[in-house]
Design a protein around this ligand. Sequence first.
Ligand SMILES: Cc1cc2nc3c(=O)[nH]c(=O)nc-3n(C[C@H](O)[C@H](O)[C@H](O)COP(=O)(O)OP(=O)(O)OC[C@H]3O[C@@H](n4cnc5c(N)ncnc54)[C@H](O)[C@@H]3O)c2cc1C
Length: 353
Amino acid sequence: MSSVERTIIIGSGPAGWSAAIYSARANLQPLVFEGAITEENRLQGTLPLGQLSLTTEVENFAGFPSGNLKEFLTSAIHPDRLLAMPPIEEHPHAVTGPELMELMRQQATNFGARIVTDDVVEVDFSKRPFTLKTRESGTFQAETVIVATGARANYLGLPSEETFRNRGVSACAVCDGALPRFRNKPLVVVGGGDSAVEEATYLSKYASKVYMVVRRDVLRASKIMQERATSNPKIEILWHSQVQEVLGDDKSGVTGIRILNSQSNSTTDYASSGLFLAIGHTPNTHFLKGQLELNEKGYIKWQKPFRTYTSVEGVFSAGDVSDDYYRQAITSAGTGCMAALDAERFLAEHGII
Ligand SMILES: Cc1cc2nc3c(=O)[nH]c(=O)nc-3n(C[C@H](O)[C@H](O)[C@H](O)COP(=O)(O)OP(=O)(O)OC[C@H]3O[C@@H](n4cnc5c(N)ncnc54)[C@H](O)[C@@H]3O)c2cc1C
């Protein structure tokens, strides 16, 4: 086992890198576990660099208007990393998810953050220093830990859904709904809870029509959200329905959705340029096993408003792993900053720095 670290950060999305940048600049010499490159992580969408590495352009991260980014990106990111990235477009574009994440990673290493490409698989938070076991790199100890392991969107698991991911299939209406491919076109939202209604309502601002695909004959959403859906003239609810297949082609991406009505046992093809999943997210907290208080959905529970304190003193959490409400890159980056400042204060109060 190596010496005791001041701060270990688990996770490599906007929350993790933002925490790394702040804690590195505060001379906490953070050690970041960015996740392992394994088939299991690829399949569940938890490879290093987090959820944004799964998407194309990110139009709503402040500070990145669309422009000719090639020169900037090639000057800012280390050449070895550039080699492994998707090619950078020559034409003006909003920063892509992988580009934004590489920039954040680079910024963290520029200030001295050390990175291990591995998963943390087990933790012992019962006493300080805390102990963290990794998949392949051994066991580590730390005075403070920032958990920023994010969450993953749930998908239906259809092969055709996988084929058209990022080409019409999305799990984030706020992120993708305003993209040109979805404007003034019919769209399909799957799910019957509050977030499905929220996504459908949001999309109705851009789409010509929004179909909500609901399994049963009721919405799980709260009363007020149900009313919002049923009173919106652009939203049509397809009851007793489920998506059977995503239709499309290489050139256009998604062009339609095949829906099965479970009562009549018949299928109908709906023209649509997008399928939006709103069937929940799974927080990446499995490795915490009883070590931190989680809420009923498995998210890490913050113990105090506007603080990133978890149920264990010295362990902080940031980003989507503690937030099933906002779920944005910018909010994750913001709470990553908060967690680093909280960790720094904790170390100072305990005379460690
Ligand atoms: C397709 C898609 C498009 C999106 N588009 C936008 C957008 O345009 N704008 C926007 O603001 N938001 C967007 N979002 C949401 C945004 O990506 C998330 O809110 C944000 O990435 C959350 O950041 P995070 O740091 O909390 O964690 P994540 O991005 O979820 O990253 C956490 C990462 O930590 C690593 N990790 C997990 N467990 C472990 C472990 N045990 N050990 C080590 N490492 C681990 C994994 O690599 C994991 O992916 C999009 C999401 C998706 C899925």
